[in-house]
Design a protein around this ligand. Structure first.
Ligand SMILES: Nc1ncnc2c1ncn2[C@@H]1O[C@H](COP(=O)(O)OP(=O)(O)OP(=O)(O)O)[C@@H](O)[C@H]1O
Ligand SMILES: [Mg+2]
Length: 259
């Protein structure tokens, strides 16, 4: 549970295009880290290398090392399917399986893995995951109704429940609140705060207040111009990034001068 992430000299490509250059970062277990920076600087691209989702795009690949508790997920022979079981991902738009019930949405990962379980084991997983995503009380009486019948904020918590159902070590979230109203956003932020008790959480956000509220550490990425690679400019305690950054580019970004 909850693994440390170390990127070493990580370069991320779309075919010949170097999208993110030479990332070196150490992310502690049981913490929340926010990735911030202007559009196109490579936040999503780098995030998706952490569970080997990047390479599902034709021509896309990464060079360098990405260690989970010291094990390089890009070492020869590592099965990306196993990596994705350890490193779950929540997307910008809530994407529950629309025709599946709430219950089946949560069990989907286990069924895909071919796991066989009794009714009571399945019930336990469903309840534990929904409690873990702060959704249980709202849906416990309608577990057999479709996931698509929930509000946007509830659907996003259902997606988080689906992610934690398979007991990952790391949870990646790419702008998980960008499609949500302010109340649902606060519910997700509370949840992120709870999740770090058990998981390493990495969240991409364009909302600086959100980064300041939820993240222990913040990483600022930037690009020098169109066609240039994104780079990690500064990584530090969130309070330092927002009050006393070392780099002028960070200062300009957080004070709203660009991006
Ligand atoms: N599928 C793709 N094929 C080719 N290039 C891509 C692809 N996806 C992203 N890129 C390019 O990689 C660079 C980084 O994009 P990325 O989506 O990671 O940025 P981002 O920081 O997440 O931006 P945003 O804040 O807008 O989500 C950009 O130049 C983008 O055009
Ligand atoms: Mg993005």
């Amino acid at each position: 549970m909850s693994k440390r992430i170390d990127a070493r000299n990580l370069n991320v490509y779309y075919s010949k295009f170097l999208a993110v250059e030479d990332v070196n970062i150490n992310i502690e277990p049981r913490s929340v880290t926010a990735f911030i920076g202007p559009s196109g600087c490579g936040k999503t691209t780098f995030l998706r290398t952490i569970n080997r989702m990047h390479e599902v795009i034709p021509g896309a690949y990464a060079e360098g090392e990405l260690l989970l508790d010291g094990d390089n997920i890009y070492a020869p022979g590592v099965d990306p399917v196993n990596v994705r079981a350890m490193v779950g991902m929540v997307f910008q738009r809530p994407n529950p399986f629309p025709t599946m019930s709430i219950r089946d949405n949560i069990l989907a990962g286990h069924r895909l893995n071919g796991a066989r379980m009794s009714r009571s084991e399945a019930d336990d997983i469903v309840e534990r995951s929904l409690r873990g995503s702060n959704l249980w009380n709202e849906v416990k009486d309608r577990l057999d109704r479709p996931g698509s019948g929930l509000s946007g904020g509830q659907q996003q918590r259902l997606c988080i429940a689906r992610t934690i159902a398979v007991s990952p070590d790391v949870i990646l979230m790419d702008e998980p609140c960008s499609a949500l109203d302010p109340i649902s956003t606060l519910a997700i932020e509370d949840l992120i705060n709870d999740l770090k008790e058990e998981y390493t959480v990495v969240i991409v956000t364009h909302n600086m207040q959100q980064a300041a509220r939820v993240a222990d550490k913040t990483a600022f990425f930037n690009i020098a111009g169109t066609g240039k690679p994104g780079k990690l400019i500064e990584y530090d305690d969130t309070s330092t990034i927002f009050s006393n950054p070392a780099n002028e580019e960070t200062q300009n970004y957080i004070s709203g001068r660009f991006g």
